[in-house]
Design a protein around this ligand. Structure first.
Ligand SMILES: [Zn+2]
Length: 289
């Protein structure tokens, strides 16, 4: 899946991100402390830094949900993404040692080296509660070496930085079946598990429903005949939203559902559900609506 970096021994990234970093780091000037992070490592780091808490925001007001459990960040620890949602998990993020603070001469020198190759320092990593001057992310759409080629630069499945923070534009689904206007999981003997939302069905893999069952409950059994009578996913029926430090959530006609597993995200995207990146405040507004 991933590719070993030529200019940073022991580190791996998604193939396009690896090529872009090696191109920027030809002089082997920059040293990484972290790159692609396997899921087991993401889980270990998350559990080191966050503890379960039914109420309150902890020291930082940094609240995350994972596998249906509410966590807050421990005092003195850096933030960590919910396992399965980190850019480190997708092999498109690096942590760079020795850069100093945001805007320092060394930090600026790094920025000048990598920006033409599609690497950016995300805005969330500049804020006090999530201050990580070392954390950089790759976006192929911003890679000047890719966008000059026809058809290139559109492969990024997550980063869509031009989407404004506009929760008001997300309108509730108009149900086509009055009796099923709340999102629910349904299951038929022959066709597996689906998310039923606004009378439209979206495929969900059996292994990836943990995050959804926590909010929506166990799948209800339906007959295959019933399932086939329900329309398949159309555009704009559902929307996945993502914000730095917040993970991914699903906006449905009935509200917000946190999504923990990238497999679920991939399934929903393959059925036509768009994934939009929002600023954290906009994400929080939708998540608490
Ligand atoms: Zn990082």
């Amino acid at each position: 899946m991933s590719t070993a970096l030529k200019t940073a021994p022991g580190h791996r990234l998604r193939a396009d991100a690896a090529a872009a970093f090696d191109a920027a780091n030809g002089a082997r000037r920059w040293v990484l402390t972290d790159s692609e992070r396997p899921l087991a490592t993401q889980i270990r780091i998350f559990l080191e830094r966050y503890m379960p808490a039914r109420t309150g925001g902890g020291h930082y007001g940094d609240i995350r949900w994972w596998n249906g459990v509410r966590y807050v960040r421990r005092k003195g620890f850096a933030a960590a993404a919910v396992p399965g949602t980190s850019n480190h998990g997708t092999g498109t993020a690096i942590d760079v040692t020795g850069l100093g603070h945001v805007g320092s001469p060394t930090w600026e020198a790094f920025r000048r080296d990598v920006e033409p190759h599609g690497w950016r320092h995300p805005d969330w990593a500049k804020t006090s509660n999530f201050y990580e001057p070392w954390h950089w992310e790759y976006n192929p759409a911003l890679d000047a070496n890719l966008v000059s080629r026809p058809g290139a630069g559109t492969g990024g499945s997550i980063a869509t930085p031009t989407i404004p923070d506009a929760p008001a534009s997300i309108s509730p689904t108009t149900p086509t079946h009055q009796e099923i206007d709340m999102p629910m999981l349904i299951q038929s003997p022959e066709d597996g598990i689906w998310l039923l939302d606004g009378g439209v069905r979206h495929p969900i893999s059996d292994e990836s429903i943990t995050g959804l069952t926590g909010k929506l409950g166990a799948p209800a059994g339906v007959t295959t005949q019933f399932l086939r009578g329900v329309p398949r996913a159309g555009a704009n029926q559902l929307l996945l939203i993502q914000a730095p430090g917040r993970g991914i959530g699903l906006i449905t006609g009935g509200g917000f559902v946190p999504v923990q597993e990238m497999d679920t995200v991939a399934k929903l995207q393959s059925s036509g559900v768009a994934l939009r990146e929002l600023a954290a405040p906009a994400f929080d507004a939708l998540a608490s609506a």
